[in-house]
Write a protein that binds this ligand. Structure first.
Ligand SMILES: C[S@@+](CC[C@H](N)C(=O)[O-])C[C@H]1O[C@@H](n2cnc3c(N)ncnc32)[C@H](O)[C@@H]1O
Length: 312
């Protein structure tokens, strides 16, 4: 999930043509191409999405793109713009700035060969959070047998795990997002009927799974900064992440890996590590904390803060 909080960026903001080619060569056509403070540009297959806080940033980025475009092996089919609001309540779907309005708003992108369906009209988020790419790759490399993907959204973590042979359980409040997740399974030649999808509140589902003595070899915890769940139950990352991790630890098989990730600006990596150590101690469990490699298209401080816990 991408943060809209402005962070100062001090390096060359556009990826190089060689980096673009490296994404292509790795089977990835969904990545950032530019980041400046408080604004960025994403490539999604044949389309570009300009994210900006004010019109002058949009103008600057479009001018810079126009000057640089000939260097890249790419001609965008469409250009979308998405205003980044101060308040979540003001979030709106991207708007088409250039291109044929008659073209379908749904498209399919690839990440290391995995296919993910996007929808530019579905809402504020189009269907794939690019800053979780390294965490998806890490999950795939762990080859877990049983995976619990909480706050699953369009189930991209579940799909990578299933491609590596896992049985997955995806939990999200939104049936619509889970239905998109099932389509993502199908797009990748995976049978969604062989996997579980629970349209429910994660905070209520985890204790229920624990009562049933379910166990998982990998658990994904990448919640939103704030949400309201069933019966108006509140989730606020800064207050509730620790309790979420404690519930997840009850479901962790020996040697399990747990991803703790957040865009909440109050929870940086040292704070996540503190929460992880404290929760392990409270649960009388041992674990090692690991980082995922930085992404070349996300300047420092612009991707979600992340810690992987590996239980001993
Ligand atoms: C930012 S997305 C998660 C992104 C996801 N981890 C990924 O990488 O694609 C937040 C998702 O959490 C879901 N959600 C929010 N609160 C929830 C809750 N209490 N229980 C279950 N799902 C929730 C929303 O419906 C939304 O799909």
């Amino acid at each position: 999930m991408q943060s809209s909080a402005p962070r100062t960026i001090s390096h060359a903001p556009w990826i190089s043509p060689a980096e673009w080619a490296a994404f292509e060569a790795s089977g990835t056509n969904a990545h950032r191409i530019c980041s400046i403070t408080g604004a960025w540009v994403e490539r999604f297959g044949q389309d570009l999405l300009f994210n900006y806080q004010n019109p002058s940033q949009l103008e600057r980025l479009r001018d810079e793109w126009a000057a640089r475009a000939p260097a890249y092996p790419f001609t965008p089919q469409r250009i979308f713009g998405r205003a980044l609001p101060v308040q979540n309540a003001d979030r709106m779907a991207p708007v088409l700035l250039e291109g044929d309005p008659g073209e379908p708003v749904e498209t399919v992108v690839t990440e290391a060969g995995m296919k993910i369906g996007l929808d530019f009209a579905a809402g504020y988020s189009v269907g794939l959070f690019l800053d979780q790419r390294a965490n998806r790759a890490a999950l795939r490399s762990y080859r877990p047998r049983r995976v619990l993907n909480t706050f699953a959204y369009t189930c991209s973590f579940s799909v990578v795990a299933a491609l590596a042979g896992a049985e997955t359980l995806s939990v999200d409040l939104s049936q619509k997002s889970l239905d998109r997740g099932k389509t993502n399974f199908t797009l990748n030649g995976l049978d969604p009927a062989a996997h579980r999808f629970f349209a429910d509140d994660v905070q209520e589902t985890l204790p229920r799974l624990a009562r049933r003595k379910e166990q998982f070899d990998a658990i994904i915890l990448d919640p939103p900064t704030f949400s309201r769940g069933n019966k108006g139950r509140r989730f606020r990352a800064e207050d509730d992440l620790e309790a979420l991790l404690r519930s997840a630890l009850e479901l962790a098989a020996p040697g399990a890996r747990i991803l703790l990730s957040t865009n909440c600006t109050k929870l940086n990596v040292p704070e996540l590590e503190r929460i992880a150590r404290f929760s392990l101690k409270a649960a009388r469990m041992n674990g090692a904390l690991q980082q995922t490699p930085a992404l070349l298209d996300f300047p420092r401080g612009t991707a979600a803060s992340t810690v992987w816990i590996q239980l001993r």
